[in-house]
Design a binder for this molecule. Structure first.
Ligand code: 3BY
Ligand code: FES
Ligand code: FE
Length: 424
């Protein structure tokens, strides 16, 4: 295969690397980032080139590709990718780029195909990426085997699908094993997406994640969400009340008796899993706190599971309830534009209209997402001002943000200096 020829690095690119390196290595971890991290095109391109091309990213749910030939597409920056279920049940990931003249191959976000056929001149690929057919006119010595789709790394565990564009991806096994363990009871082979929302926020992707990593803003912004969600998910949280600690103790004893995993597991700063109670007496994130889907996930007999929260930096957080799951995927579109995709997932055999009302299922997080979108967009507009200066995070309320930026800074510095990843 021919290697990609790159134009020489221009000065601006090199200087951006130096400037970002410099800003990150001398930054005060208690403060928000300097302005260019949130609004500069060059810094954004550098992040896409380093972080988003090197890290494992949450891409989709396996239940969106239940059968052979089911595929999902998404864009990681300028890179269109396609994930497809092969004949043996495993997922294959490819750059969604035809080897003829480079057209995008799969145009839809989801679907089912027998083969991958390019819409331009109908070059046809097997689900494992091999080129099968290239028209009649490529010449007698044309070697089909030299023009397979370019693969990328895909892993699936506990119903979640991750991709990585790096040649040598960072380690992921510990996280996947933990995820399998926590997700087993949801039986994700028997699940499907009931509702999906795609929101474009006019804000930098880090502002979207920062906003998610704290609940300092919750009491002022999220009346619907706070009817079910506890503002903290850890008894060590400085804000945790005695009543919360009592509730956690009671719920954990019940979960323990049923073999339901709940322990807080942190795998470096990037992956965090914990099961935490909802508000006492509330079983789901719906307007009235009752189940949003009558058929519970897996073989559960009670919906009272609290929320299994799963964080995967840089681009996902999730709530797994007894009756449905809500997954969140963040994909940067530009320095000040971010796609947030939310999926509400129910048991595979749940019937719309009978077991669940999609409007009721989505109501709480639709409201919450819209509130968060406004907050992130106003945050962005203020940061764009000449008056913006990095401001202090509350160590009590915003330690999650401090943690995220610590991870971000470390990973950026690692990629910028080309060092091997030394975390697991
Ligand atoms: O765009 C599509 O939906 C299909 C799927 C694979 C190839 N493509 C033309
Ligand atoms: Fe795909 Fe021509 S670009 S067949
Ligand atoms: Fe919020």
């Amino acid at each position: 295969m021919h290697s990609l020829v790159r134009l020489p690095e221009d000065d601006v690119r090199q200087q951006t690397r130096y400037a970002v390196y410099d800003m990150l290595s001398r930054r005060d971890p208690r403060l928000s980032l300097e302005q260019p991290f949130y609004n500069d095109q060059r810094v954004f391109e550098l992040e896409m080139e380093t972080l988003f091309k090197s890290e494992w990213l949450f891409a989709a749910m396996g239940c969106e590709m239940p059968k052979k030939g089911n595929f999902v597409t998404l864009d990681i920056g300028d890179n269109p990718i396609v994930i497809v279920r092969g004949g043996d049940g495993t997922l294959h990931g490819f750059h969604n780029v035809c080897r003829h003249r480079g057209s995008r191959l799969c145009l839809h976000e989801k679907g089912k195909v027998a083969k991958l056929v390019c819409p331009y001149h109908q070059w046809t690929y097997e689900l494992d990426g091999r080129l099968l057919f290239a028209g009649q006119d490529m010449g007698d010595d044309f070697d089909l085997s030299a023009y397979g789709l370019q693969p990328l790394h895909v892993r699936e565990a506990g119903g979640f699908v991750f991709v990585c564009l790096a040649e040598t991806p960072p380690p992921l096994d510990d996280f996947l094993t933990t995820l399998e363990h926590y997700m087993a009871l949801y039986e994700m082979d028997n699940a499907r997406v009931a509702v999906q929302s795609d929101i474009v926020e006019e804000a930098n992707w880090k502002l979207v994640i920062e906003n998610n990593r704290e609940c300092y803003h919750c009491s002022g912004a999220h009346p619907e969400l706070l009817a079910s969600l506890q503002e903290f998910d850890d008894t060590d949280d400085p804000r945790a009340s005695d009543a919360y600690r009592e509730l956690v103790k009671r719920q954990q004893a019940t979960w323990e008796a049923c073999n339901i995993p709940w322990q807080l597991t942190r795998l470096d700063r990037r992956n965090r899993l914990t099961r935490t109670p909802l508000i006492d007496g509330i079983v789901s994130m719906t307007p009235d706190g009752k189940v949003g889907c009558q058929k519970l996930m897996g073989s559960l007999t009670t919906p009272d599971l609290g929320s299994l929260r799963i964080l995967h930096l840089p681009n996902s957080w999730n709530h797994c309830l007894g009756d449905h799951l809500i997954t969140f995927r963040v994909l940067p579109l530009g320095p000040q534009r971010t796609l947030v995709t939310t999926k509400w997932i129910v048991r595979g055999d749940a019937v719309e209209g009978t077991d669940y009302d999609p409007e009721r299922l989505r109501a709480v997080w639709d409201a919450t997402n819209d509130q968060d979108r406004r907050l992130a967009e106003e945050n962005q507009r203020g940061i764009n001002s000449m008056a913006y200066r990095p401001g202090p995070y509350s160590p009590t309320f915003e330690f999650g943000v401090i943690d995220f930026l610590q991870w971000y800074g470390e990973r950026m510095l690692t990629h910028l200096t080309g060092e091997e990843a030394n975390e697991s």
